[in-house]
Write a protein of this length. Structure first.
Length: 327
């Protein structure tokens, strides 16, 4: 088969049949209306027997084999009903049921791997499972369970309306997911970029007990204590070098998050275009924290360096400095 043919088959199997349930709808629609209720009743009976068999397989494999045999009879009867075959099977009628299977599924032959399971289920010996030694019994019951599962898969118990509802639900979920991804992508594309992220920082001093990591003032984290902590001194400050001249829209300054929020106040915010000459542009005397940062709206003011200066005799301890703007 050519590559396009392989891709077409894969698309049909994965999308049209597995996801959109086109084959399931076609199968359900082919069942005669007069037989659908009986077919579903028989299918549910087989399903109950099959599930019960699985529940007892570990502790009672013989009982599991018998339950699987009853499930097989119910499933074959459901297949017959879906084709308007008026047949009646009684408990233990596995042989006549299996004998009818080939004619009921002319377009879907039973795989050869299930031959041993069919032989066991069609045996006239009611104690066929009892006569097997434990090792062979467990292996045989596993094979019978696989065959009964295959029988169940040949039946479409859902109605056309149920299948269409499920398809609509799946498409709705996909549509919602696509919308979420589009919104998320738009947010990522159009949200402002923090131009201070991972830019070099410096500070007037380092507190002897500071646990801040190098670059912590611009590492993108506003949690975890602080990103920079100076010593208490006459002129404490911390600075971010943007490494280029930007027209700033906004600067966000996040206070430390481990307590002592007001101990360094008041602060001044200073900007510089050359990294040497700084101009005071804002003051902060009231408390701010990690969730409500100190925000300065720069309105296009040019800057290369951002500096936060503390009060003489105190320290500067901040979590993060962010800057937004463009060249």
């Amino acid at each position: 088969m050519s590559a396009p043919g392989i891709l077409q088959r894969a698309y049909r199997a994965a999308v049209r049949d597995a996801f959109l349930l086109e084959r399931a709808e076609s199968t359900a629609a082919s069942y005669p209306a007069s037989a659908r209720e009986r077919m579903r009743d028989l299918y549910q009976m087989g399903l109950r027997r099959m599930n019960a068999a699985r529940d007892v397989t570990e502790g009672q494999p013989v009982a599991a084999g018998v339950l699987h045999r009853d499930a097989a009879i119910a499933f074959i009867a459901a297949i017959a009903a879906s084709r308007s075959e008026t047949v009646e099977f009684r408990a233990g009628d596995a042989r006549p049921a299996l004998g009818l299977l080939e004619s009921l599924l002319p377009d879907r032959p039973v795989p050869a791997r299930h031959d041993e399971a069919r032989r066991l289920l069609s045996s006239d010996d009611p104690l066929v499972f009892d006569h097997l030694d434990e090792r062979k019994l467990r292996r045989s019951v596993e094979g019978v369970a696989a065959f009964v599962g295959w029988l169940a898969e040949t039946i479409e118990p859902r109605s056309v309306a149920q299948i269409r509802f499920l398809r609509a639900l799946r498409l709705g979920l996909i549509g919602t997911l696509v919308l979420v991804l589009v919104v998320w992508g738009a947010f990522k594309v159009f949200s402002p970029t923090n131009i201070a992220l991972h830019k070099p920082t410096s500070q007037s001093s380092v507190h002897p007990n500071s646990t801040a990591l190098p670059g912590g003032l611009t590492d993108g984290s506003t949690r975890g204590g602080y990103g920079a902590h100076t010593a208490a001194e006459a002129n404490p400050w911390v600075r971010v070098d943007l490494q280029d001249l930007y027209k700033l829209d906004m600067v966000k300054i996040y206070n430390r998050t481990d307590g002592w929020y007001e101990d360094g106040l008041p602060f001044t915010l200073e900007l510089s275009e050359n990294g040497v000459d700084f101009e005071v542009v804002d003051h902060k005397a009231s408390n701010f924290d990690g969730s409500t940062p100190w925000v300065y709206f720069a309105n296009g003011r040019k800057a290369r360096s951002i500096l936060v200066r503390g009060t003489s005799g105190k320290f500067v301890a901040l979590s993060e400095i962010e800057a937004y703007g463009k060249k």
